[in-house]
Write a protein that binds this ligand. Structure first.
Ligand code: SAH
Ligand code: SF4
Length: 356
């Protein structure tokens, strides 16, 4: 019999699981505390559970963890972690210290199916969804290695979290459940390229921060650099995002990657300003991070400031996101965990691997 990894169960499923083993539902809370609060990975050590229950747990389940295979440290203090998965795949997480915060950027998938032209993960193509445990373990392992210092979690690593909605939601529920990891939903951000119905679905299940990667002010340009836009055009995306239930005193964010000569003119900024006027939101400008073999360039600093200036004149809150960890390929859009990017056969192969 294949054993279940307890961390693949969301809080509700864990209750069903213990009930199926003949126990009361509150045992799920005890289990969650042992695993997530105390970091215990053996049922034997859970001394407030009966011997019989511990034996049946050992028969039916395991508590296994991801293997961290490498830590790379940037000159700016950013750290990139590479994890080896059970099937030989690899994923990356990035820890970014800034202004007293320690933000962990985690992955939701191996590769990504959505093929944005400016993103290295998009080049890898779809390989598979991460399991709930694989999402959680990125946090648990990095937080542990850094003495519990992670203050914020952002789903901005490899993959599209809303293309792996079920496991993302289960992970979010475990992150935020007070008896499990107990992380404040105000300190968690899900970033999406804009799968509109999934944004609605996520909002029905949980309230966390939402960041939408807009990256172009018109459908014409967005269709070109983010193919998902052909299915869910900009206006629909903005309307749905504006309805998303972010936590109290928090605001919806739009991300805009500035690519030299592609989407960074004053004209583009004005179109973006018109589009976002009246929407309660913040805008984060991200200068494009170059990485071979992506065909684009970063804009000069003056262009980034010029673009920001136009948006500010619309009364928008606009920040420029610093590029961190570029030297270790740890910045936005640079995560590919050594997957082949140019080899057509490897690319095709990676698209054919079945989801588990
Ligand atoms: N799939 C999700 C989350 C992962 S991408 C999404 O698209 O939102 C996280 C962020 O990195 C997105 O805002 C994306 O637009 C940005 N990004 C992708 N490639 C980039 C690059 N080469 N330089 C700068 N930002 C990039
Ligand atoms: Fe996927 Fe996001 Fe990269 Fe687009 S930007 S390819 S959605 S990871």
């Amino acid at each position: 019999m294949n054993k279940i990894n307890i961390k693949d169960l969301g809080p509700e499923e864990l209750e069903d699981f213990v009930i199926n083993l003949g126990e009361k539902s509150y045992r799920a809370t005890q289990l969650g505390k042992w695993i997530y609060k105390r970091g215990v990975s053996s049922f034997d050590k859970m001394t407030d559970l009966s011997k019989d229950f511990r034996a049946s747990l050992s028969q039916a389940a395991t508590i296994s963890s991801l293997k961290m295979i490498e830590e790379r440290i940037s000159f700016d203090g950013t750290k990139k972690y590479i994890f080896g998965l059970f099937d030989g795949n690899r994923i990356e997480s990035v820890l970014i210290p800034e202004n007293g915060r320690n933000t962990l950027c985690i992955s939701a998938q191996v590769g990504c199916a959505l093929g944005c032209t400016f993103c290295l993960t998009g080049r890898v193509g779809r390989i598979r969804n991460l399991k709930t445990s694989e999402i959680l373990d990125q946090f648990l392992e990095v937080n542990n290695r850094n003495n519990g210092s992670v203050t914020n979690i952002v789903f901005m690593g490899m993959g599209e979290p809303l293309d792996n909605l079920e496991n993302t939601v289960k992970a979010l529920k475990t992150f935020t459940h007070p008896d499990f990891i107990g992380f404040s939903p105000k300190r968690i951000t899900v970033s999406t390229s804009g799968i509109v119905p999934k944004i609605r679905e996520l909002g029905k299940q949980i309230s966390v921060n939402l960041s939408v990667s807009l990256n172009a002010p018109t459908d014409e340009l967005r269709n070109e650099i983010m193919p998902i836009n052909k299915k869910y055009p900009i206006r629909e995306l903005i309307e749905e995002s504006a309805r998303f239930p972010v936590p109290r005193r928090k605001t919806l964010t739009f991300e805009y990657v500035l690519i030299n000569g592609v989407n960074d003119s004053d004209e583009d900024a004005r179109k973006l300003g018109d589009l976002l006027m009246g929407v309660r939101c913040k805008v984060n400008l991200i200068p494009f991070n170059e990485a071979y073999p992506l065909p684009y360039k970063s804009p000069p600093d003056e262009r980034v400031f010029g673009f920001q200036k136009v948006l500010l004149s619309y009364g928008l809150h606009v920040r420029i996101r610093k590029n961190r960890g570029r030297d270790i390929l740890g910045a936005c859009g640079q995560l590919a965990a050594d997957y082949p990017l140019n080899n057509k056969r490897a690319y095709k192969f990676s698209n054919q691997v079945k989801e588990d």
